[in-house]
Design a protein around this ligand. Structure first.
Ligand code: GLY
Length: 606
């Protein structure tokens, strides 16, 4: 069966939404993968319960049904998990353009049955960028919103070059085959989903970009409606070139020239050069995954420049030193006692994150080893700071007794990003989180120099760096802008293994800015500690703390729980916490996948 959908209610909602979405011609001509466009509905934006999907041979979980389906068809055609991830990313560039794409970056974790490989496709700052990058003529940081919507925020795109290298090592199908779904969909068009429409409608700045205005809006400036068949000829041409010629088609010639022209001609211009883009692919993208033991599991995640894995393992590790609450999880939500411990641990983890974590090519780890931040003795000292009432906010710690000369970076908002989890027929797995940073990135598009309508979005990844190079006392911020540096990230693609047998247990990750760390931690704890399946773990109401007030997902926690936390001194802010978790668990009979009811993702497999 193509997809296992056990709940009647879900089938009903699918059939209702199917009425909105007509598929295009499904015939493929002489195509090597034989890709055919599926008749796929889109989940409307809002909270739409999802059933969880049981499969026996393989599973693909991505943020959009068309992207999931591309991965599904690639694996059916003999592709590996990495092959499928590449096809998914190319389709997401088209159908979930607000979140990730070829104009952005990605972290890919790949399990090949014996080793975890990590590939770092993070964007870099231009060679001409320096720590004054985001400062005005008076030496003050420009407003964050202006920094995002500018040529200054664009980092050199990393996704295609990184995926090419991963494909050379883990691919089974030809590189060109992986582009077939996205090229066909870009040429023939796809139905604008409710979520895409809502995000287009709500973004005023995107209309200021001439390519975006012509692609997404009518002559009155209204976003094309739900169900509109959106074609993107420029993207189809760019992807065709990359499929046929490899990374050179993106990193040399007309494409970098167009990217640079759009950045440098912006009213707030950036200083990226064609050479910055040409130089990007000439590097080794593989880096060492970080693997740490927790309970009877081994949890592997991405090292710096991501702060995600370190923060997750710090939070889980700190809580191991606290007396576990009698009841941690009840009535499908965590208890106030457990949340108190988690939120306090989060403050400690975020304090360290903001002090220490940045691009390791520029910043030394405390005591020369990032694992010092997760050392059990260090975490025991951090746990001692947690009492029965809220600490308010935390100061950074002092791992390995090394005094840091760095200042503390202030939290900066971000919201974009997408995640894909895959397990293929050989049991190999991918966990990849990819991003253009904010929703719609820098609000600058490039047509890749094709001169055709459409194109792709340029990221605003450099606003993941501190706009201020120094703190108020004049100490340098570790994550300040420097030439060719990668911005710190929160992306947390995670692969979980049995600590003894080293068998794969699950693949998980999420979008959501700095809250990615909390969403991913919630899913890990839900699956491993609370005995939930992937879907149930994803469904658990979201909670977060960034070293200040705590955030709880609005309308999902009862008033008495909020009052109990407030009685412990917590400042509680309820708000939408729109995770986009995808997770696949290994089960006795195959796999169980979950996709976030807060976004459009689905799981498919045989
Ligand atoms: N742009 C999201 C992140 O890298 O954390």
């Amino acid at each position: 069966m193509r997809q296992n959908v056990p709940l009647l209610s879900f089938l009903l909602s699918l059939s209702l939404t199917l009425l909105l979405f007509t598929g295009c011609d499904t015939e493929s001509e002489e195509r090597s993968v034989g890709y055919s466009i599926p008749e796929q509905p889109e989940m409307p934006t809002g909270y739409n319960p999802k059933p969880g999907w049981e499969t026996s041979e393989f599973a693909v979980a991505a943020a959009n049904p068309l992207a999931t389906d591309a991965g599904y068809q690639i694996i059916r055609a003999g592709g590996s998990a990495v092959d499928a991830a590449i096809a998914v990313q190319m389709v997401l560039t088209l159908v979930e353009p607000q979140s990730s794409g070829i104009g952005g970056g990605a972290f890919l974790m790949a399990w090949d049955g014996s080793e975890v490989h990590a590939y770092n496709g993070r964007e870099t700052a231009p060679a001409a960028a320096d720590e004054n990058h985001f400062l005005d003529e008076d030496g003050d940081p420009i407003p964050f919103r202006d920094a995002v919507r500018s040529g200054l925020s664009v980092g050199v795109p990393g996704t295609i070059a990184m995926l090419k290298q991963a494909h050379e090592r883990h691919g089974t199908l030809d590189w060109a085959d992986l582009f077939e779904p996205a090229i066909i969909l870009a040429e023939e068009g796809f139905s604008i989903s409710p979520r895409l429409h809502m995000l287009l409608d709500g973004d005023e700045a995107l209309r200021n970009d001439e390519i975006a205005r012509a692609l997404y809006y009518d002559e009155n400036g209204d976003a094309h409606p739900v169900g509109y068949n959106l074609q993107n000829p420029a993207l189809a041409q760019i992807l065709r070139n990359v499929a046929e010629e490899g990374v050179d088609a993106f990193y040399t010639g007309a494409t970098p020239e167009d990217i640079v022209a759009r950045i440098t001609s912006h009213e707030r211009p950036g200083n990226m050069t064609v050479e910055d883009i040409e130089n990007y692919p000439n590097q080794e993208f593989a880096t060492e995954a970080m693997c740490n033991d927790w309970r009877s599991y081994r949890i592997c995640g991405f090292p710096p420049p991501s702060s995600g894995h370190i923060a997750i393992m710090q939070m889980l590790g700190i809580m191991e030193h606290l007396e576990a609450p009698e009841v941690a999880f009840s009535d499908s939500i965590p208890t106030a006692e457990w949340l108190h411990q988690y939120l306090e641990s989060a403050k400690l983890a975020f304090a360290d994150r903001n002090q220490y974590v940045a691009d390791p090519n520029f910043v030394e780890a405390p005591a020369g080893d990032w694992h010092s931040l997760m050392d059990p003795d260090y975490l025991a000292t951090r746990a001692e700071l947690i009492g029965e009432t809220s600490m308010g906010s935390a100061d950074p710690g002092n791992p390995a007794d090394v005094l840091s000369h760095y200042g503390v970076m202030q939290e900066q908002p971000d919201k974009g990003t997408s995640h894909v989890s895959i397990i293929d027929k050989d049991g190999n797995s991918v966990s990849m989180t990819m991003t253009i940073e904010s929703g719609w990135g820098s609000r600058i598009m490039s047509d890749g120099g094709t001169g055709l309508p459409g194109g792709f979005h340029l990221n605003n990844e450099l606003t993941d760096m501190s706009l201020s190079p120094m703190d108020d006392d004049g100490n340098p911020i570790a994550n300040r802008v420097e030439p060719n540096k990668r911005p710190r990230s929160s992306m947390s693609p995670t692969l979980i293994f049995d600590g003894e047998t080293h068998d794969l247990v699950a693949s998980v990750g999420s979008p959501g800015g700095a809250a990615i760390i909390h969403y991913t931690a919630k899913a890990i704890v839900g699956m491993l500690d609370w005995g939930l399946n992937a879907q149930e773990a994803i469904d658990v109401p979201n909670f977060a703390n960034f070293n200040g007030p705590s955030a709880l997902e609005e309308d999902r926690f009862p008033a008495d729980l909020i009052q109990a936390l407030e009685a412990m001194g917590h400042e509680i802010d309820t708000r939408a916490l729109t995770s986009g978790l995808q997770a696949i668990q290994v089960t006795e009979t195959g796999f169980f996948g979950g996709a976030d009811p807060r976004r459009e993702g689905v799981v498919m497999g045989d």
